[in-house]
Design a binder for this molecule. Structure first.
Ligand SMILES: Cc1ncc(C[n+]2csc(CCOP(=O)(O)OP(=O)(O)O)c2C)c(N)n1
Ligand SMILES: [Mg+2]
Length: 804
């Protein structure tokens, strides 16, 4: 069947596709109309954006899904074409009528195609424009990575395809991706631009296509411009046709759109006015009725099935291709071409006339073959043999066994970042399945995030072997920068958006390629914010990866200002699908990393565990916030209990006694200050407790879930933090401290109603030494003592110095 897509469609096949195109447009339009006007509980919020945008892509998507796509291809659909996607899946028997009826409603088909929320096998979640587009590029790269390592060769290579809005191309992340794709030897990637020359607000600039063409060509892409449909091409061959072509070619986008909206009579007036006295072309215009003239003048290639089918079928190579398809926003709908049509919805009267045009009887709106002229059995036969729909889209992939324990030699004084480097160094020597499947990536901070030793041993990935010239020239260098198809590190340019999009693609390899990878991406913690939306979408589409962000906070003291991250612990706390950890010691990091190798592979549906009330079986991605600050390590044996507590998010370094007056709860690199403060207070406050918080995120999630469970009647539900804090006397005060925003831990007081003084960083840092800055921002030992003194009554604490 896949072969047949290479050939020109037969007339009967073309006729069927024409019928399906109409049907897809109708179903999508009716879905939107139903959601906005007809469904019960329509709450008065009518949100458009879908109707006109969907119509723009109806033909292209018909050509793709019903003929050009093969089972191994994967598609990112422009967000507002979601109704078209769902309509197509409905016709293919992969989407329910109920979900269409509930479009945008509770548990209905999603407004924007969603891998995780929709049930009809969306390949990539889109919605935030630009991200899905770049994701296809990186998915091609990941497919190449997998195959170069000798995996998944039994499956044919897929194409990664994006349906791109023309205004979507304003998003910078797309261009960052194009540049990276060029560096990495991109293949098997198609971007199909829906060139309707309209954005949300307006008609776009003239001549953008020429900029796109030059740009894509500059980065090694083929560019295929699909401008005129068969009718227009035919007319151009008639006497006077060349004149007509010149007129259209020169017609400004605004005028063209306005005439599309106004229809046949307006076309006639305008054309006759401007070129009507020029002989043959007048005849060409006058032999057509208004309706025929409108059909001719709007016959752009993006709405012309034969042109699209031929263009797609003709591709016989794996070079990346940008198709620029001329389309009309709102094609075949009453507001076609109108510059304000983005939120355009059909009025009930307009919906009725569309119904009439489509021959749909009232009450039969959802019938698959209603109003079509070809026999239902024949249409069904065709649908049953559509190549795209052959087989499941999501591949099964075995889990890679993760070791319970990761070997590492812990130096007496060591930073978590150095610990990470040492752990990966050990891993690089291992012959384990996990070590084979780990793929690291970094946006030009490979060495400075301590991946150097790993890369030295495992090499960099590239299609072709490329030796490190410094090595062959015998120039001493710490790092061996050899590229090969077997390399396990993907070196990216600096663009952080690309790192997250790549992690998203690597993290879906199990589902897309049927081959599981263990992706680890490293970057400086503050630059998470640079790629945050891509990170958000990676999590949203359930990609699985480990993000190692280092260095972090004002602990990066001399770097100063905005190089020091403040808000990232809150991102870790709030980001769905991402378990955030900030260990202080290297043995903690080793336990967390071992857990992460397993956690990112889990995908069981299920309830939260009764032990910690975390949905651990569901799994997710992992974020490790690390530091370059060397910390004196604790010599201790890693017991199963301690390991579990570290992973659950906290443990008592020094348990509070029965008369405890103060608890210091710390996270991360400020541990020396927390320990010192506890020491300073020991003489003047009784039974001071020291709580090590390795994951505020998981503590918080478990706490919330346990409370909800109790509200549902599970009275014995207790989260990890509730159990830890159960014996802290109620008069006790808690001082929390971390090198990050204080709100991260401030909620600890709400667990059992203790008073809290949260310490942390709220303002942009500045350059200085760690002691300078910790003192300045109030997270040093003295500030902790001062906070404890103010919070808890008792005699003055002797070692307290005046605060600056
Ligand atoms: C990152 C982001 N910014 C803004 C939006 C809101 N938005 C949705 S569609 C759109 C423009 C659509 O233009 P185009 O991509 O040309 O698609 P068309 O409407 O022509 O179908 C905008 C600004 C968004 N979805 N994502
Ligand atoms: Mg557009």
């Amino acid at each position: 069947m896949a072969e047949s897509a290479k050939t020109k469609p037969r007339a009967d096949e073309l006729a069927i596709l024409g019928e399906l195109e109409k049907k897809v447009l109708w179903l999508a339009s009716w879905t939107i109309h139903h959601a906005n006007h007809l469904r019960e509980n329509v709450d008065g919020v009518k949100v458009g954006g879908h109707q006109a945008s969907s119509a723009s892509l109806a033909t292209i998507m018909t050509a793709l899904y019903f003929r050009a796509l093969r089972p191994q291809d994967r598609v990112a659909v422009k967000p507002h074409a979601s109704p078209i996607y769902h309509a197509i899946q409905y016709l293919l028997g992969r989407q329910s009528r109920q979900k269409l009826e509930d479009f945008r409603g509770y548990k209905g088909a999603q407004s924007y195609p969603s891998r995780s929320k929709d049930t009809d096998d969306v390949d990539f979640s889109t919605g935030s424009v630009g991200l899905g587009v770049a994701q296809t590029l990186f998915s091609s790269l990941v497919q190449d990575y997998v195959r170069a390592h000798g995996w998944g060769l039994q499956r044919p290579e897929g194409r990664m395809i994006a349906l791109v809005g023309d205004a979507e191309l304003d998003e910078g992340n797309i261009f960052e991706a194009i540049l990276e794709g060029w560096k990495q030897g991109l293949r098997n990637c198609w971007w199909i631009i829906d060139y309707n020359r309209q954005s949300l607000d307006a008609v776009i600039r003239e001549g953008l296509w020429a900029r796109y063409e030059a740009l894509f060509k500059a980065f090694g892409w083929d560019v295929v411009i699909l401008k005129y449909g068969a009718l227009l091409q035919q007319a151009f061959r008639e006497p006077g046709g060349e004149r007509l072509r010149q007129w259209i070619d020169n017609c400004p986008n605004q005028l063209y759109s306005a005439l599309v909206f106004q229809g046949g009579a307006a076309w006639r007036r305008r054309l006759l006015d401007e070129i009507g006295d020029q002989g043959a072309v007048t005849r060409l215009i006058e032999t057509r009725s208004d309706e025929e003239l409108a059909r001719l003048m709007t016959n752009l290639a993006g709405h012309d099935l034969p042109s699209l089918l031929e263009a797609f079928a003709k591709v016989d190579h794996d070079r990346p291709i940008c198709f620029i398809c001329y389309t009309i926003k709102g094609f075949a709908l009453p507001f076609a071409g109108h510059k304000d049509n983005h939120a355009g919805l059909m009025t009930p009267a307009q919906a009725e006339s569309l119904r009439a045009a489509m021959n749909i009887r009232p009450g039969h709106e959802w019938d698959k073959f209603e109003g079509l002229t070809i026999a239902p059995a024949e249409l069904q036969r065709f649908l049953d043999r559509v190549p795209f729909a052959a087989g499941p889209r999501r591949q099964p992939a075995a889990r890679i066994e993760a070791p319970a324990d990761l070997p590492v030699t812990i130096q007496p004084v060591m930073s978590t970042q150095a610990g990470f480097g040492a752990l990966l160094n050990e891993l690089s020597r291992a012959k384990s399945a996990i070590a084979e499947r780990v793929v690291t990536a970094s946006p030009d901070v490979t060495v400075s995030t301590n991946l150097g030793a790993w890369v030295n041993r495992r090499g960099l990935f590239a299609h072709e072997k490329m030796a490190d010239t410094f090595k062959s020239e015998r120039i001493p260098s710490t790092f061996n920068w050899d590229f090969s198809p077997k390399g396990q590190h993907i070196e990216l340019g600096i663009a952080e958006m690309n790192l997250f999009t790549l992690l998203s693609a690597l993290g879906l390899s199990h589902a897309i390629n049927g081959e599981r990878l263990i992706p680890i991406g490293t970057l400086y913690d503050p630059f998470i914010q640079r790629g945050l939306d891509a990170l958000n979408y990676a999590c949203y589409q359930e990609a699985r990866f480990i993000l190692v962000a280092t260095p972090s906070g004002i602990t990066l003291a001399p770097e100063g200002g905005a190089h020091q991250s403040i808000a990232t612990p809150l991102i870790g706390l709030a980001q769905d699908g991402l378990a955030a950890f900030e260990p202080a010691f290297v043995d903690e990091l080793a336990a967390i990393l071992a857990f992460a190798f397993d956690y990112i592979q889990r995908d069981a549906e299920g309830e939260a565990s009764e032990r910690n009330w975390l949905r651990d079986e569901t799994g997710g991605s992992v974020y490790l916030r690390l530091s370059t600050r060397p910390i004196e390590q604790i010599k201790r044996a890693m017991t199963p209990e301690l390991r579990q507590a570290i992973v659950d998010g906290a443990y008592w370094q020094r348990p509070p006694g029965p008369n405890c007056q103060v608890v210091v709860a710390y996270t991360g690199a400020v541990v020396p200050e927390a320990i010192q403060a506890v020491g300073l207070m020991a003489e003047d406050r009784r039974d001071v407790g020291l709580l090590a918080v390795t994951s505020a995120d998981r503590l918080n999630a478990g706490w919330t879930a346990a409370q909800r469970a109790r509200e549902r009647g599970l009275v014995h539900a207790r989260s990890h933090i509730e159990k830890l804090m159960a014996d802290v006397p109620s008069h006790c005060g808690i001082v929390t401290v971390l090198d990050g925003h204080p709100a991260t831990l401030a909620w600890l007081g709400a667990v059992h109603g203790h008073r809290v003084r949260p310490l942390g960083v709220e303002h942009f840092g500045q350059t200085g030494s760690i002691p300078d800055l910790y003192r300045h921002y109030g997270i040093d030992a003295n500030a902790i003592v001062a906070a404890a003194a103010a919070l808890t009554p008792g005699r003055p604490i002797r070692h307290l110095k005046a605060l600056p």
